[in-house]
Design a protein around this ligand. Structure first.
Ligand code: S3P
Length: 161
């Protein structure tokens, strides 16, 4: 089976996922990376040049391909849960784990990053709160959730393992 990590940007999906894969001897797949490799374009540029819908279509393909794997840890992009078909695909051979962190912790982690297309706004913390509350149900709906607000990626991966 696969282990699928969901959660808001900055919740640590990629860092925890890489640690978890190492620990379990699983392949690690990051669907944002798959999109960037397949298109040769950074996600921030895909948003800027072609818009969010184009990105979501590319993400859908990346998620569908990852869902076909076995014994993989799959880190999804923070918005992947919004498409119910992504979840259906991932659940066929995977358990879904939500990495949960508060808006304040997320903001502290990502405020200095320049490649976050959804957060280029005057008040990013409010935007994080708004997006997180809109997505909360989708994140919390699936198999497990872990507090990813404290501890190193390795510690969180250890708990999940
Ligand atoms: C997004 C999160 C990003 C990336 C894209 C959209 C979102 O992934 O997929 O910028 O809608 O929350 P990370 O959660 O890995 O940062």
């Amino acid at each position: 089976m696969n282990i699928v990590l969901t959660g808001f940007m900055g919740s640590g999906k990629s860092a925890v996922g890489a640690e978890l894969a190492k620990k379990l001897g699983f392949e690690f797949v990051d669907t944002d990376e798959t999109v960037e490799k397949a298109s040769g374009v950074k996600i921030s540029e895909i948003f800027a040049l072609y818009g969010e819908e184009t990105f979501r279509n590319m993400e859908f393909e990346a998620v569908a391909a990852a869902a076909e794997k076995d014994n993989a840890v799959i880190a999804t992009g923070g918005g992947a849960v919004l498409n119910a078909q992504n979840i259906i695909n991932l659940k066929r051979n995977g358990i879904i784990i939500y990495l949960k962190a508060s808006p304040e912790i997320i903001y502290a982690r990502i405020k200095n990053e320049t490649h976050r297309p959804l957060l280029k706004l005057a008040d990013p913390l409010s935007e994080i709160k708004k997006l997180l509350s809109a997505r909360k149900d989708a994140y919390e709906k699936y198999d497990f959730s872990f507090d990813a607000g404290e501890g190193s990626p390795r510690e969180i991966a250890q708990k999940i393992a």
